[in-house]
Design a protein around this ligand. Structure first.
Ligand code: GLA
Length: 395
């Protein structure tokens, strides 16, 4: 919804006038390449989207946080002195998680009325939860700083870290840092080449040369995703522990080169763990190569690396599934498709494809039709625009 409509809805819900309203926003992300590498101290290459969470917020004089959303009937009230007790909420738990995590980190959480408006589709692997976390963290940190006379901009990398901590410890999803970092630090027209071991990064201009980034949503209902995700993490830890018996200085799979891996992979005892590690190590190599390709405006090489990435996620990491594989297979049949792969955690969610502008309509029509025929229900398509990271919007 547009900001002016969200503002109107806020006043309908909470009353009063629009004098002291503030607006905070943070985007979803699409990862171009570098999947399941972040929690292995490796490299990722996400871009922030124009799809975002917007929060309309007004401070209160008491210890109450009221939550509402533009697309949900639920209304939730949180008590600032009791923030650890909202884990059971169906909606509002992410906001409580962030408020609690900031409070534990020493921020002075201020009571407020909040209205959330998300344009990032939920459960689609485009980081709608990171968008909520980072926007919420920014709002609370801004109020806390103002109350305590702390001036200057909020540290957005810190907000990303606290968002991840909230998700890991309060929500119980053991995610890496990519989604929150992309949401906090993205910039319109750029992707972020991020080294997850130390969070050093570079913003790389997305020079798309007449191509569009098309996101295709499988619309698959995801189940058991968290447990499968956590299982992959522990398989990587097992592979690393084996490799460390011969390479004790390697702290993460993401710092091991393909050559080092090939020379030492025999020490990984479990076949499955060896496959997982191979994916992570070659995927990091692909991130370096594709970043270079993009800098050289070489979209053809970029596209090939995307296809290799998908195949590796299908065959070695085993996180794609029929729906994602179908979308990629059908995409690659269309003239004008430069590359296509799953994006995000997998097991459903979305693919990302680089498509020549003049082929986008055909892509959506043909891939949509073939997907419906093969899978039985519709996919959804978004011709994506990039956007800025977490920010306060001053009207
Ligand atoms: C999810 C997690 C990220 C990352 C991706 C896979 O989006 O939240 O931290 O691990 O999956 O690359």
């Amino acid at each position: 919804m547009e900001i002016k409509d969200a503002k109107k809805m806020f006043l309908e819900i909470y009353g009063g006038d629009d004098k002291n309203l503030r607006f905070f926003a943070s985007p979803g992300r699409v990862n171009l390449i570098g999947e399941h590498t972040d929690y292995n101290g490796g490299f990722v290459f996400p871009a922030a989207l124009s799809m975002r969470t917007l929060i309309v917020v007004r401070k209160r004089d008491d210890n109450i946080i009221n939550l509402a959303a533009t697309d949900l009937p639920d209304r939730v009230t949180l008590d600032i002195d009791n923030l650890e007790s909202y884990k059971h909420l169906k909606w509002g738990d992410y906001q409580a998680a962030v408020a609690y995590t900031l409070q534990q980190a020493g921020f002075d959480i201020v009571g407020c009325d909040m209205l959330f408006d998300d344009t990032t589709p939920h459960g689609a692997g485009l980081s709608s939860s990171a968008a909520i976390e980072v926007a919420t963290a920014l709002a609370f940190a801004t109020f806390s700083n103002e109350k305590n006379g702390i001036t200057g901009p909020v540290d957005m990398v810190y907000m990303a870290k606290l968002g991840q901590k909230a998700e890991n410890e309060y929500i119980g999803v053991n995610c890496g840092i990519m989604d929150q970092f992309a949401s906090a630090m993205g910039r319109e027209g750029h992707a972020i080449y991020l080294d997850c071991k130390d969070l050093s990064y570079e913003l790389v201009p997305l020079n798309m040369k007449g191509c569009k980034i098309v996101i295709s949503n499988t619309n698959k209902k995801r189940s058991l995703q968290t447990s499968k995700y956590n299982e992959r993490r522990s398989q990587c830890e097992e592979a690393l522990a084996n490799l460390q018996t011969v390479m004790p200085d390697k702290e993460f799979l993401g710092v091991i080169t393909p050559e080092e891996f090939e020379a030492n992979k025999h020490v990984i005892k479990n076949d499955v763990a060896r496959k997982r590690a191979a994916h992570v190590i070659y995927e990091c190599d692909r991130v370096h190569k594709s970043t270079e390709a993009l800098k050289n405006s070489d979209l053809v090489t970029f596209g090939k690396l995307m296809i290799d990435s998908h195949n590796s996620l299908r065959d070695l990491y085993e996180v794609t599934g029929e729906e994602l594989d179908t979308l990629v297979e059908e995409a690659l049949k269309i003239d004008g498709v430069i590359g296509s792969r799953m994006t995000g955690a997998g097991f459903g969610g979305c693919t990302v494809s680089i498509v020549k502008e003049e082929a986008v309509d055909t892509f959506i029509e043909k891939v949509g039709k073939a997907y419906k025929e093969r899978i039985g229900y519709d996919a959804t398509f978004y011709v994506s625009e990039t956007g800025d990271g977490g920010r306060e919007i001053k009207l």
